[in-house]
Design a protein around this ligand. Structure first.
Ligand SMILES: [Zn+2]
Length: 310
């Protein structure tokens, strides 16, 4: 079937222009987000208050009834009771009091993990971020490589999917900063040719193609996936068996859905839903991020506040 002409004919056909939210959309979303945040804060407060009052009630009821039921303990028993209490006391506060259940040291370690690098249209890939790459793309892929660890993880995931009768293709992976520069400059030139001044042309280009270092594909950890039944990188990929399989299993191989569906998610990422774009963070990190229900940007922000508080 003939694909419809993309709106930007010179754009990489395997990586359709990503739609950045308009300013009006952003404002609306920010307002809704603020309301939602207040609601979440209120629920959290209610939980904390409920938890504390529950603990106080339990302590209050456990204390007197224990002393009433048993006679005054002998010295040995007293010591035993004391030691078991201190054991309980030393194991209880081990769970840190934050939403992610991580200590400051654990949060710092996760932030220092190169697989957790945050790259988006506001945060560029660090200048000193280097890595090796390995090929893992499908025959028709434009950019066939990923960071070596991510490529191995992808190949393992692809084999596991195949064993379940599901074919998954890696269609676009690592894009060098040079390649990103070319894409961005070409797009800017198109707007210059239309008569826009340079700053406007650059801003308009940035809404379609991320400037160099501002694309997650530059860090070699982002993979655009598709399948033989749906070869486009478009939202319809979500209706495929391949996408279903990925939603269930990708986390086990260290990949998370980076730009999830829905207004709340899109308000955070400022990128419209991309069911095809998966981000490697490593299996342990993926499990933690998925369990938190947070978007990657939010998770990183949480880690930063936990690490700072430690
Ligand atoms: Zn992508």
């Amino acid at each position: 079937m003939q694909q419809p002409m993309p709106p930007y004919p010179h754009h990489d056909p395997h990586h359709p222009p990503r739609r950045r939210l308009t300013r009006a959309e952003m404002r609306r979303r920010r307002r809704r987000r603020a309301i939602r945040r207040l609601a979440v804060l209120f629920c959290a407060l209610a939980l904390v208050v409920g938890g504390v009052s529950f603990a106080v009630t339990r302590l209050a009821s456990a204390g007197p009834s224990a002393s009433a039921a048993s006679p005054a303990p002998a010295e040995g028993e007293n010591m035993a009771a004391g030691s078991s209490q201190s054991q309980a006391a030393s194991s209880a506060p081990a769970a840190p009091q934050n939403a992610l259940g991580l200590t400051a040291a654990e949060a710092s370690a996760m932030l220092a993990d190169p697989r957790m690098v945050l790259v988006n249209h506001q945060v560029p890939m660090p200048e000193d971020y280097t890595f090796d790459t390995k090929e893992c793309g499908s025959a028709t892929a434009i950019n066939k490589t990923l960071q070596t660890e991510a490529a191995d993880a992808f190949l393992e995931m692809q084999a596991a999917a195949a064993a379940d009768g599901i074919t998954i293709w890696m269609q676009s992976g690592y894009r060098s900063v040079d390649y990103q520069t070319t894409l961005y400059n070409n797009k800017t030139q198109q707007f210059l040719d239309q008569g826009y001044d340079e700053p406007t042309a650059r801003e308009m280009a940035a809404n379609v193609v991320n400037p160099p270092r501002y694309s997650e594909h530059n860090c070699g950890l982002a993979a655009d996936l598709n399948c033989p039944e749906y070869t486009a990188l478009e939202p319809g990929f979500e209706d495929t068996a391949a996408f279903d399989w990925l939603c269930q299993h990708a986390g086990d191989y260290g990949f998370i859905l980076r730009y999830p569906k829905g207004e709340a998610a899109e308000a955070v990422t400022e990128i419209t839903y991309e069911p095809w774009h998966w981000r490697y963070v490593g299996p342990e990190n993926a499990a933690r991020i998925n369990a938190s229900g947070l978007i990657f940007e939010q998770y990183i922000a949480e880690l930063q506040s936990i690490a700072a508080a430690g």
